[in-house]
Write a protein that binds this ligand. Sequence first.
Ligand SMILES: NC(=O)c1ccc[n+]([C@@H]2O[C@H](COP(=O)([O-])OP(=O)(O)OC[C@H]3O[C@@H](n4cnc5c(N)ncnc54)[C@H](OP(=O)(O)O)[C@@H]3O)[C@@H](O)[C@H]2O)c1
Length: 335
Amino acid sequence: MKTIIYTEYGNPEVLKVQEMLKPYPKDGEVLIKVQAVSVNFGDLIARRFRYVSAKDFNMPFLIWIFAKLSFGLKSPRIKILGNSFAGTIEQTGSDVRNFRVGDDVFGYTGEKMGAYSEYLCVSEKGLLAHKPTNTSYEEASTIPYGSLIALCLLKKVNIEREQKVLVFGASGGIGSAVVQLAKNHFGAEVTGVCSTERVDYVKKLGAGNVIDYKREEFSKNGETYDHIIDILGKGYNSSYKTLLNRKGTYLFVSFKAKNLLQMLWTKISGQKKVICALVSPHAKDLQFIKELVEEDKIRTVIDRVFKIDQAPEAHRHAESAARKGDVVIKLTREA
Ligand SMILES: NC(=O)c1ccc[n+]([C@@H]2O[C@H](COP(=O)([O-])OP(=O)(O)OC[C@H]3O[C@@H](n4cnc5c(N)ncnc54)[C@H](OP(=O)(O)O)[C@@H]3O)[C@@H](O)[C@H]2O)c1
């Protein structure tokens, strides 16, 4: 089988196509013929992880150390990237109950990665579900990562209908799903914040209002919000309380140790809450997302689809300002 592997950290050219032995499903596992895999934040950062400093890593120092050890200090331990995928079940191990050969599926392997490959074995009890019937493989592959994290994070903030939600980082993998879930599932009024290049993309996702952070300071237009969801922590400033309505919450998707202390303090002092949360999605969350996609409450906006031997180009495009939506690598040979 063809696989995109990398054996050293670096620029997109470290990604090479290599022939490898096809895996065999163990008990409780399914063998998936991967049709498409999306390129997301985790792939881009893992590819150059040796060069990602604690300062650049948007999480507490201890999580950075843990991630360094788990991904490999000088060279990658996990050599196949890709965690959000769609494909077809080709074989099942013994004791598999929920999936059959020929089923179309989509799923998420998280930090285990491994989906930049024509074949992938995963546990049937992992983050795997039948593919939404109204999506192509390419569209379906873009959904699990952002939607799973976004859904689990939004459960922490109790959004009510017609509340005002600001998403800072609305054009990325998680932010684009937060925009759609907040609006279409929770019924909120959503304002997205992103760069000039992606304003139209965030409008297409359904944000009622979009602020270009390169041209406007979102905190200076007099608006206030019930919830601010800040993806990279770039929207935070010390006067955040004045931007929140009574009982408002400020949710950090990426956070530092000082934000954890703020969370503790706002909890005990009864102030407008700061929330930092690390989430671990469950299979039932993916099943729920499949239903939301079929109800048209979550959509994908694919920017470009690349062939398996164009992985460096796919990464370069995903990292560029030209990106305006999801980037996908199609793994089938006829692509
Ligand atoms: N809490 C959890 O459980 C959890 C789980 C997974 C990941 N994470 C964290 O989530 C983050 C990745 O999120 P993602 O996949 O959505 O990332 P992403 O796809 O790279 O999107 C990043 C977003 O931030 C915006 N942005 C980038 N630079 C900016 C700047 N200088 N000022 C303002 N906005 C800026 C981008 O807007 P433009 O592109 O328009 O500039 C984009 O909307 C990571 O830090 C990761 O650690 C947290």
